[in-house]
Design a protein around this ligand. Structure first.
Ligand code: ADP
Ligand code: MG
Length: 240
């Protein structure tokens, strides 16, 4: 399988403090990875670094090329990030915001074509937003806004999808819908790395778990290998 990501000795400092240190991994196309770890472990930081939003030390390659070496628009065709807090305080309808996901595929001042509009419609439908597409996003609930952010990433149609606690504000039905959809996307060849706070959900969803603790990757493997009582104690300070 082609290699999507490769990190070697990746480190990120924020505000003069080391948040991630010596993180190394490989990700192949079609993998479904859940990123877990206690609050403040660096999950958001890692996803932001992969998306090209943070300076880092060490090597972090996207499709063989250093993440920071990509032009932003080219990189946006390769990787989409759904942020943790969907706080969409902009004067747009849901459909307009989702349509922005097509920007990396358009030329300067180019308008959406038929295929773009079809993808926007499909993305809205995929997260069950058809009926709300014309509503201003400021009038949507937190969970609905989160689904708009997801739809935007789906419309972006990047082969690598990064999601930061995408189920946090969703009701149970939409949580399960989302995880099913992500699974279907990986079966169709996309690659997904998702920070998930619920360990059981993460284990059921992923074929690989990354456990971040103390600023490093404390474990990287199939859920059944990784979720041992010893590791849970070490990473989360809990007794399983
Ligand atoms: N801009 C920043 N400046 C300094 N420290 C930060 C900044 N952003 C996050 N941090 C710190 O980095 C650590 C990791 O944060 P984060 O990646 O958000 O963790 P997680 O998503 O796992 O909860 C936390 O200790 C957090 O306080
Ligand atoms: Mg976070």
């Amino acid at each position: 399988m082609p290699e999507v990501l490769a990190a070697d000795g990746l480190g990120v400092s924020l505000g003069g403090r080391s948040v991630l240190a010596d993180v190394s991994f490989r990700v192949a196309e079609g993998e479904r990875i859940a990123l877990v770890g206690p609050n403040g472990a660096g999950k958001t930081t890692l996803l932001r670094a992969i998306a090209g939003l943070l300076p880092y030390a060490g090597r972090l390659a996207l499709r063989g090329r250093e993440v920071t070496g990509w032009k932003a628009k080219d990189r946006a065709r390769e990787v989409a990030l759904v942020r943790q807090q969907a706080d969409l305080a902009v004067d747009f309808t849901a459909r307009e915001l989702v349509a922005l996901g097509r920007a990396p595929h358009l030329g300067w001042a180019e308008r959406l074509g038929g295929e773009d509009r079809a993808r926007v419609d499909a993305a809205l439908g995929a997260v069950d937003l058809d009926a709300l597409a014309g509503r201003p996003v400021t009038q949507l609930s937190g969970g609905e806004q989160q689904r708009v952010a997801l739809a935007q990433a789906l419309a972006q149609d990047a082969p690598l999808l990064l999601l930061d606690e995408p189920t946090a504000h969703l009701d149970v039905r939409h949580q399960l819908d989302l995880l099913d959809r992500l699974r279907a996307l990986t079966e169709a060849g996309k690659t997904v790395v998702a920070a998930l706070h619920d360990l059981d959900r993460a284990a059921a969803f992923a074929d690989r778990l990354w456990v971040l603790a103390g600023g490093t990757l404390a474990a990287d493997g199939p859920p059944t290998d990784v979720l041992t009582p010893a590791l849970l104690r070490r990473a989360f300070g809990v007794v399983a």
